[in-house]
Design a protein around this ligand. Structure first.
Ligand code: HSE
Length: 376
C-alpha cells in the first residue's frame, strides 16, 4: 500500500513513525504546509500531486477540520483512492455525501480512530453488528472533558486550570469549545449510532450540552451525594425508534464510568446476545490515534471497507424520562418539575430529555446533568 498522507501534525507524524519500518504499508508522499524533510517520503504542499500519482492507492487524511479536508477527501474518492481518516467532524458532517460516493466509486473508507482514538471501538462494533442487533452505544468519548472532570473531582483543580493542562498535553481540539461544549462527543455518538444501527441519524435531532458551565461548587455537591460527573453520550434503537443525546451525567460511585481517569474513554455497546461490552483506552494523543489509523490501513489491505452499508436517514426521538440536576434560572417550568433542592440547585422529577434540552435552549447559562440512578 502506498499512502498519500495529508497533514503532518499530531496524528500525521504518528502515522509516519509507525509505518516507517513496515514493508507492506508505506507513506510515499506527505502533503503539509510546514517545511519538513523526511528520509523516506516526498514532502509537498501540492495536493494535486497526490491525486495525479497513480502509484498512491490510499489517502490518509490527518489534517483535521472540515476545509480543505472535505474537498481533498472528496477529490481523492473521485480519483478512485481509498480513504482512511481520524476526522470525526468530517465523517459526521459529510456522511450523506462521502459514504454513498465511496460506495459508488467502489473505494474503501475507514475511520476507526475517529471515535475512541486508540480503542478498537468501531472495528469491534463492525464485528458485533454482523451477528446481533445493537440496542445501545455510548459512554465517555472525549478525553479532554474526562481529563477536566477527573482533575476537578480527584485533584480539586479549577475548570480553567484543568482545561489548560488538557491543551498542553495535546488532547484538546484546536478550538477547545469543540470538546467542552460536547460537539466532539456529538460527532462521535452520531457516527457510532450510524454504524451500530445502519442508518444516517439526522444530527439536528440529537441534542448536546457540554461541561463549560460546571463549577467547583457543582463538583463538591456531586461528591457529597456519592456521584461523579462525566460527559456521557447515548445512542439507542428500541423497536425501530431511535434516540441519541450528549449531556453531563452523574454516575454513582461503583459504576465503571465513575472510575475512568485522565484522558481515557470508556465506550460501550449493548447487543441482543452479548449484553453490555465495554472498551477502555486512550481516546486521544499521537500514537494511540495513529495506531488505529495504521490498523485501518492494514484492514484495507485485507479487503475491509466501511463498517456497514449506508443506511436511511432517521430522526432521533428523545422521550426518555430522566432526573436532572439543574443550576440555573428557576422559572415556572423548572419550579413545576422540582423534586428536591441541592443547595441552590434543583433535582427534577423525571422529565423527557427533549423537554430538558428545550428548556436549556432558553436558559443557556444554566448547567444541567442527568442523574443516572441505575446502570448506564
Ligand atoms: N479532542 C479529542 C478528545 C481528541 O479530547 O477526545 C480525540 O478525538
Amino acid at each position: 500500500m502506498k499512502i498519500g498522507l495529508l497533514g503532518f501534525g499530531v496524528v500525521g507524524r504518528g502515522v509516519y513513525d509507525i509505518t516507517a519500518n513496515m514493508d507492506d504499508i508505506q507513506v510515499a508522499k506527505v502533503v503539509c504546509l510546514e517545511d519538513v524533510t523526511l528520509p523516506d517520503a516526498e514532502v509537498t504542499k501540492d495536493f494535486q500531486s497526490v491525486l495525479n500519482d497513480t502509484t498512491i492507492d490510499t489517502v490518509v487524511e490527518a489534517m483535521g477540520g472540515l476545509h480543505p479536508a472535505y474537498e481533498f477527501v472528496r477529490a481523492a474518492i473521485e480519483a478512485g483512492k481509498n480513504i482512511v481518516t481520524s476526522n470525526k467532524a468530517l465523517v459526521c458532517t459529510f456522511y450523506d455525501e462521502l459514504l454513498p460516493l465511496a460506495e459508488k466509486m467502489g473505494v474503501q473508507f475507514r475511520c476507526t480512530a475517529a471515535v475512541g482514538g486508540g480503542i478498537g471501538w468501531l472495528s469491534e462494533l463492525e464485528r458485533s453488528r454482523r451477528i446481533q442487533p445493537i440496542e445501545q452505544v455510548g459512554g465517555i468519548m472525549n478525553g479532554t472533558c474526562n481529563y477536566i472532570l477527573d482533575s476537578m473531582t480527584r485533584l480539586g483543580l479549577g475548570y480553567e486550570e484543568a482545561l489548560k493542562q488538557a491543551q498542553s498535553l495535546g488532547y484538546a481540539e484546536a478550538k477547545p469549545a469543540t470538546d467542552v461544549e460536547g460537539i466532539d462527543t456529538w460527532h462521535k455518538v452520531i457516527l457510532s449510532s450510524n454504524i451500530a444501527f445502519g442508518v444516517s441519524l439526522d444530527s439536528a435531532t440529537v441534542p448536546v450540552t457540554g461541561i463549560s458551565k460546571i463549577t467547583a461548587a457543582d463538583v463538591a455537591a456531586f461528591t457529597a451525594h456519592g456521584y461523579t460527573c462525566k460527559l456521557i453520550s447515548t445512542g439507542k434503537c428500541e423497536d425501530g425508534k431511535y434516540s441519541a443525546y450528549v449531556q453531563p451525567t452523574l454516575v454513582p460511585a461503583g459504576q465503571p464510568e465513575a472510575a475512568v481517569p485522565s484522558n481515557y474513554n470508556l465506550i460501550s455497546l449493548v447487543g441482543k446476545y452479548s449484553g453490555r461490552m465495554s472498551f477502555f483506552g486512550q481516546g486521544a494523543g499521537r500514537y494511540p490515534t495513529a495506531y488505529n489509523v495504521v490498523q485501518d490501513c492494514a484492514d484495507l489491505l485485507s479487503g475491509k471497507g466501511f463498517y456497514c452499508a449506508y443506511g436511511e436517514k432517521v430522526a432521533a426521538v428523545n422521550d426518555d424520562e430522566l432526573i436532572f440536576y439543574v443550576r440555573g434560572n428557576k422559572d415556572a417550568w423548572l419550579e413545576e418539575n422540582v423534586s428536591e433542592y441541592w443547595g441552590e440547585a434543583v433535582v427534577t422529577k423525571p422529565v423527557s430529555v427533549s423537554a430538558m434540552h428545550g428548556w436549556l435552549k432558553n436558559n443557556p447559562d444554566a448547567f444541567i446533568a442527568a442523574i443516572a440512578r441505575n446502570s448506564l
